[in-house]
Design a protein around this ligand. Structure first.
Ligand code: CTP
Length: 400
C-alpha cells in the first residue's frame, strides 16, 4: 500500500524548529512527507534540514521542476496538508486565496483536509484581521488549531505558542484516519470535563477516585480533529494538554461545577466525563488531623456535592445544547444506566462496566451509549478514541 502523502507547510516564525519534530513523527509513523517552506521560514530552519529529514528535495517557489507542474501537483496529490507554524501572514494569504509561492499554490489546489497550527504573539493572534482570517478558513472546512498559552519568543507569555509537536502529530493522525470526512463539529463549542475531583479533608489528605482522565482527553482530541472549539476542564489528571483545546483546571467538585457552569453558558455540547465526588467532608480541618494515643479516630462526616450533570441538563436556557453524561456501573449495568439517564435528564449517557482492565487508567474501553430518544448503541472493546468518535457521531447526528 502507498504511504499516505502529507504536505508539511512551514511559514516564517521562530516555532519553525518545532516543525522538525512534527516531520519526524510523521515520517517515522509511515507517512510520505513533502515539506513546503515559505521563503521567510528558511531564516529559521534551512532547506537542507527539511530535505534531509523528509528525503525529498525542497522548494519554496513554483519555478523549480516546472515540467512537473509542482504548483498544482503537490496539492492535488496530498492526503493531508498541515501548516505548522502558520504565521499571521500565512493565514491572511490563505484566507484571501493568494498564490504567490509554492505553499499558497498548494493550499489552493489541495482537496484533502487542511490543518493550520498558528503560532504568533498574542496581539497578532487576537487582532481582528487574524481572527477574521481564521474564521474564514474554518468556515471553508479547514481545521485551525487554537494556539497554546505559555512562553513566547522573548520574555513575554500569553496565547500564541505552537502546541506540542507530538500533539500536532496526533491531530494529523486522527484527521488522516477520518479520510475525506468533513470536520462535522466545525463551528461548535464543546465543553468536556475530565479526571477525578479531590475533596480535601485536611492540608495533606483528600477523598479521591481512580479516574485517569484518559477518556475525557480522547474526547477532546477527537473533537479538535473534527473541527470543534474545545474547552477541556480537567481535574487532577497530570496529562499533557491536547493541541487546540483550551484547558482549565479544577481540583474539587465545587471548582469543577463553577468552571463547567460558566463554560456551558456558551457551549453547544457539554460532556461530563469527569468522575465527580458525590460527597465531600463536612468539615475541612485547617491543621493536619493527628492520631490520639489510645483513642479511635473520629468518624468523618460527609455532605452531598452538587450534581453538575443534572444541573446542566435541567438548564434549558440554551435550547439545542446537547448534554452527555458518563456512568460507571458494577452491577445491572444497563438497567442502572437507563434509570440514571432518566434521573439525570441528559441527552446521551455512556455506560461503562467497571472491572479489571476496563475503564480506570486503561487505554481501552467498552460501553453502551444510551440516548434519551431510546436508541442504544453498543461500542465494542477498543481504544478510548473509538468510543469518543462514536459519541461525536451521535452528537453530530443530533445537530442534523
Ligand atoms: N456527576 C456530576 N456531578 C456529581 C456526580 C456525578 O456531574 N456530583 C456526573 C458525572 O460526571 C457522570 C455522571 O454524573 O457524567 C454519573 O455519575 P455517577 O456518580 O455515576 O452518578 P450518580 O448519580 O452519583 O449515581 P450513583 O452514585 O447512584 O451510581
Amino acid at each position: 500500500m502507498d504511504k499516505p502523502k502529507v504536505v508539511l507547510g512551514v511559514s516564517g516564525g521562530i516555532a519553525a524548529y518545532k516543525a522538525c519534530e512534527v516531520l519526524r513523527r510523521l515520517t517515522e509513523s509511515g507517512h510520505d512527507v513533502q515539506v513546503v517552506p515559505t521563503e521567510a521560514s528558511l531564516h529559521f530552519v534551512g532547506a537542507a534540514t527539511w530535505s534531509a529529514l523528509s528525503g525529498h528535495p525542497v522548494s519554496t517557489q513554483v519555478w523549480n521542476d516546472v515540467h512537473q507542474v509542482p504548483h498544482v501537483r503537490t496539492g492535488q496529490a496530498a492526503d493531508l496538508v498541515v501548516v505548522a507554524p502558520a504565521t499571521a501572514d500565512l493565514l491572511a494569504r490563505a484566507a484571501h486565496g493568494l498564490a504567490d509561492d509554492l505553499l499558497t499554490n498548494t493550499l489552493l489546489t489541495a482537496r484533502c483536509p487542511v490543518v493550520f497550527a498558528p503560532a504568533m504573539h498574542t496581539e497578532m493572534w487576537e487582532h481582528p484581521a487574524t481572527q477574521e482570517n481564521v474564521a474564514t478558513l474554518r468556515r471553508r472546512g479547514a481545521v485551525v488549531i487554537e494556539p497554546a498559552v505559555g512562553r513566547l519568543t522573548g520574555a513575554d507569555t500569553g496565547k500564541g505558542r505552537l502546541p506540542d509537536p507530538g500533539e500536532i502529530f496526533e491531530v494529523c493522525r486522527r484527521i488522516l484516519a477520518r479520510g475525506t470526512a468533513a470536520p462535522d463539529l466545525a463551528g461548535r463549542h464543546v465543553v468536556i470535563s475530565a479526571g477525578g475531583t479531590r475533596e480535601p479533608l485536611d492540608p495533606v489528605r483528600y477523598l479521591g477516585n481512580r479516574s485517569s482522565g484518559k477518556q475525557g482527553y480522547a474526547l477532546a482530541r477527537t473533537a479538535v480533529a473534527r473541527g470543534a472549539r474545545v474547552t477541556l476542564i480537567e481535574a487532577n489528571t497530570g496529562l499533557p494538554d491536547p493541541a487546540g483545546a483550551e484547558v482549565l483546571r479544577a481540583g474539587t467538585a465545587a471548582q469543577l461545577r463553577e468552571a463547567v457552569v460558566e463554560a456551558a453558558a456558551g457551549a453547544d455540547v457539554v460532556v461530563m466525563a469527569a468522575a465527580v465526588a458525590d460527597f465531600r467532608p463536612a468539615v475541612y480541618a485547617t491543621g493536619k488531623i493527628k492520631k490520639k494515643d489510645g483513642r479511635e479516630p473520629e468518624p468523618v462526616a460527609l455532605v452531598r456535592n452538587p450534581d453538575i450533570l443534572a444541573e446542566i441538563s435541567a438548564d434549558r436556557s440554551r435550547p439545542g445544547r446537547i448534554v452527555v453524561g458518563f456512568a460507571a456501573e458494577t452491577d445491572d449495568v444497563l438497567a442502572n444506566g437507563r434509570e440514571k439517564l432518566r434521573r439525570k435528564g441528559c441527552d446521551l449517557l455512556v455506560v461503562n462496566e467497571v472491572g479489571e482492565r476496563k475503564t480506570f487508567g486503561s487505554e481501552e474501553n467498552e460501553a453502551v451509549v444510551l440516548a434519551a430518544d431510546g436508541a442504544e448503541v453498543p461500542v465494542p472493546f477498543g481504544p478510548k478514541e473509538a468510543l469518543a468518535d462514536t459519541v461525536w457521531d451521535l452528537v453530530a447526528a443530533r445537530f442534523g
